[in-house]
Design a protein around this ligand. Sequence first.
Ligand code: NIG
Ligand code: FE
Length: 398
Amino acid sequence: MSSLLVDNIGELVTNGAGEGPLGIRRDAAVLVEEDRVAWVGPSAYAPAADHHIDAGGAAVLPGFVDSHAHLVFAGDRAAEFAARMAGEPYTGGGIRTTVGATRAATDEELRATVRRLRGEALRQGTTTMEIKSGYGLTVADEARSLRIAAESSTETTFLGAHVVPAEYADRPDDYVGLVCGPMLAAAAPYAKWVDVFCERGAFDVDHARAILACGQAVGLGVRIHANQLGPGPGVQLGVELGAASVDHCTYLSDADIDALASNRIDCMCHEGLHTTTVATLLPGAEFSTRSPYPDARRLLDAGVTVALATDCNPGSSYTSSMPFCVALAVREMRMTPAEAVWAATAGGARALRRDDIGVLTPGARADLVVLDAPSHLHLAYRPGVPLIRQVIRNGVPQ
Ligand code: NIG
Ligand code: FE
């Protein structure tokens, strides 16, 4: 069995036992055996190992868990971004542009984009990345999108209900029938989750409920794009269906917050009580669409479990950077640096219903990030600076 010791860690964020909400341990070391954390303790008492990384007093965190990304697409929408920065609103209408480009692309072109973005994210500390379909919107194009996504991640999401494609514009019921029937059947073997864009201009609450229920019936977990562009029923639908996560949450009513907050369970893990349905906030989307940011403080103060993710996609948020999202969350959404780092690691894990990632405790997957900084605070304090010195994924230095 091969082992790796990371020692001389000035600040270790465990998200487990330790100081404060991040479970911080000082002057610590982590022993990795194969792909798992085998031991965490004081650096002075660290056991010997086959391989050794001296963190030199730097901070070490669990790898980021990006629980919301759309990586299977072709082309870009830089001109749409420029038009927005000149005053155009974001409506989601550009999704159909990307659908056209994606359908016209070869498998190899789509695969190259997924690999490029996955690599970009990894270099910025993301060790787990969810990948959605949603730019194919035919049976064959959704199935191939998920087949390609599954080559890079086990966290794959069927988003055939991203928008109603142009050829079904005047018969949305027929499109919902296609999504729930042959498209789901072709996609499900490659998907772990089902998702719907529940929004005015995309899918209404009845269509969204029907599609999510069909996905659930074939064993997929539920997540939902909700309340991004305006108030709506999406968040409460997500809670009703026991979704792992409701994503965006930009426009929330008191009833939405209550629905999320009242749905608490005791997970017997470090943080004890948490909400069944996580609110995943995607500040890259508000940044890139020049929209008001979600009120993270309101969710956190109500006791809702919050995750942060990139929403990486060519339209509303073309960033693969979790450190950038952490900095935005702190600066623009009134999260403390500790809350933002927790949400980008353990929070993302909760949103994917995973307890083996987002933490650095014995038995967890050995996904570690060594910062070029003495503390997690620097992720928000030094925005835009490449602070990821080394990434270890599945026990393997990258
Ligand atoms: O999560 N809101 C829907 N889907 C994506 C945007 C997709 C696009 O604009 O291409 C999102 O923001
Ligand atoms: Fe999204």
